[in-house]
Design a protein around this ligand. Structure first.
Ligand code: NAD
Ligand code: UPG
Length: 448
């Protein structure tokens, strides 16, 4: 099939490369000239394991462009994967999506064959209906809009796309069948498996294809993210209770998680969730409910708990150091989670800002994103490629992103560089027992 992807970010690029790999002719369009120029040179602008290799493998069927052009006329399916970032009030900004739709209207008018327009961007309930009526007002009748929410995780985007649990398509029959056909190799798992992209260990055998109405598909995306965020905020509150009563949150999570009704995923306590989706989508769902006169109390608490949780690490530091004025603090990990170079809503940003406000001298390290960090952190933060540098004379170290790199460090040697061997693990990721044996004063989140 002829596919056009509008918006070549995490979602658009992953989708475009995958669909080309599966045998479709794909054109990826983006207004960002630098991104397209990199892609045309075979370089991926984002860090996603397996993406670059798959892009190479699909090269013959993959085009990148900055201009909407004749490819729209020839397309069977057009995906919209532009950003929907939050406005000040939490509502999603739909400017990019509407702009993209307006850009293609003139081309659609010239088309004879049916075009399926696919909303992959996360959008409020009713957006597809609204776009549908705008298109009809322009006298265009040969299009059908479907909602096809995306559930990939950054850092695992390729595996999540090739080996998803489910594919959700909301829309009317003809368009839904067109997408079922497009996704057939994934639904049936009948493609050549790339060697460097492994399926998740516990994946169900069949990929569920869920054909629903558009509004349910649109709401399901927000619901999934809100529910996962709720699990994280819930376990974080349990961790805070653990700290008060002397229990271990990892043990509590293991016990409750072994009940399949609860499930063991997303029960890692820490400094809260970040990233481009959970903070944005929880606020968007809260906003959507509010606009309909419904106050979503549980979701408001999920958001509030997450905001407070980020700064818990500062209180823990102050408990051991009394005050932070003039003290060197080593910060490990800056991206919002391991496996990505993304800083959107990274907890490291408010934490580092607060450390600076408290007068600390902040030295920070990240295994892959130290250059990018300059754009997001205050200028006074000393960013270093060398883990040793940040530990020299440090009064304490804090871990904010659980990169494997930090678990594999030679802690004995690093401890010798520090002024005080104090370690606060904001992700409960380090081996507390061996660190204590090495003489570290170790504090986790909700760990005895
Ligand atoms: N990042 C994720 O993990 C993820 C997962 C699931 C769903 N989503 C949703 O998917 C959507 C896209 O997210 P993303 O992270 O890929 O965004 P992104 O910011 O990485 O990419 C969006 C791209 O769209 C481009 N763009 C904006 N306006 C355009 C236009 N008019 N024409 C062509 N290109 C245009 C931008 O230049 C940018 O490259 C969002 O709604 C997001 O909530 C994201
Ligand atoms: O037990 C956990 C699991 C995650 N997190 C944090 O939660 C955030 C989000 O993590 P993750 O879900 O792995 O990353 P994303 O790439 O943001 O993916 C989420 O957001 C995407 C965008 O909507 C969805 O498509 C995915 O299904 C959804 O998992 C990160 O800050 C993690 O550190 C925790 O604190 N504890």
């Amino acid at each position: 099939m002829n596919v056009v992807i509008i918006g070549t970010g995490y979602v658009g690029l992953t989708t475009g490369v995958t669909l080309a790999y599966l045998g479709n002719e794909v054109t990826c369009i983006d207004v960002d000239k630098d991104k397209i120029s990199m892609l045309n040179r075979g370089i991926t602008p984002i860090y996603e394991p397996g993406l670059e290799n798959m892009m190479k493998a699909a090269k013959a069927r993959l085009n990148f462009a900055t201009k909407y052009s004749e490819c729209i006329i020839n397309s069977d399916i057009i995906f919209f994967a532009v950003g929907t970032p939050p406005n000040e009030d939490g509502s999603p900004n739909l400017r990019y999506l509407y702009n993209a739709y307006f850009e293609i209207l003139n081309y659609l008018k010239r088309k004879e064959k049916l075009t399926v327009l696919v909303n992959k961007s996360t959008v409020p309930v009713g957006t597809a209906d609204e776009l549908d009526s705008i298109i009809k007002d322009y006298g265009i009748t040969n299009t059908q809009i479907v909602s096809n929410p995306e559930f990939l995780r950054q850092g695992r985007a390729m595996a999540d796309t090739l080996y998803p649990d489910r594919i959700v398509v909301g829309g009317n029959c003809e368009a839904v069948e067109c997408l079922r056909n497009l996704y057939k190799p994934i639904i049936e798992q009948s493609f050549t498996k790339p060697e460097d992209i492994k399926p998740p260990k516990e994946r169900a055998q069949d990929v569920l294809f869920l054909a629903v109405d558009r509004r349910s598909a649109e709401l399901a995306k927000y619901t999934a993210n809100a529910f996962l965020s709720m699990k994280i905020s819930f376990i974080n509150e349990i961790a805070n209770v653990c700290d008060k009563v002397g229990a271990d949150v990892a043990k509590v999570a293991e016990i409750i998680g072994s009940d399949p009704r609860i499930g063991k995923e997303f029960l890692n306590a820490g400094i809260g969730y970040g990233g481009s989706c959970f903070p944005k989508d929880t606020r968007a769902l809260q906003y959507i409910a509010n606009t309909k006169g419904y106050s979503f109390k549980l979701l408001s608490s999920v958001i509030e708990v997450n905001n407070d949780q980020r700064l818990i690490i500062i209180s823990k530091l102050k408990n051991v150091l009394t005050n932070l004025q003039g003290k060197k603090i080593a910060v490990m990990g800056l991206t919002f989670k391991p496996g990505t170079d993304d800083f959107r809503e990274a907890p490291s940003i408010p934490i580092v800002q607060q450390l600076i406000e408290e007068g600390a001298e902040v030295w920070a390290h990240d295994p892959i994103a130290i250059e990018k960090a300059q754009k997001f952190l205050p200028k006074t933060v000393m960013l270093s490629d060398s883990i040793e540098n940040i530990f020299i004379n440090a009064e304490a170290a804090i871990l904010l992103t659980e990169w494997r790199f930090y678990r594999e460090l030679s802690w004995n040697e690093l401890g010798k560089l520090m002024k005080n061997k104090i370690l606060i693990d904001g992700r409960n990721s380090l081996d507390s027992r061996s660190l204590k044996q090495l003489g570290f004063e170790y504090w986790g989140i909700g760990r005895k």
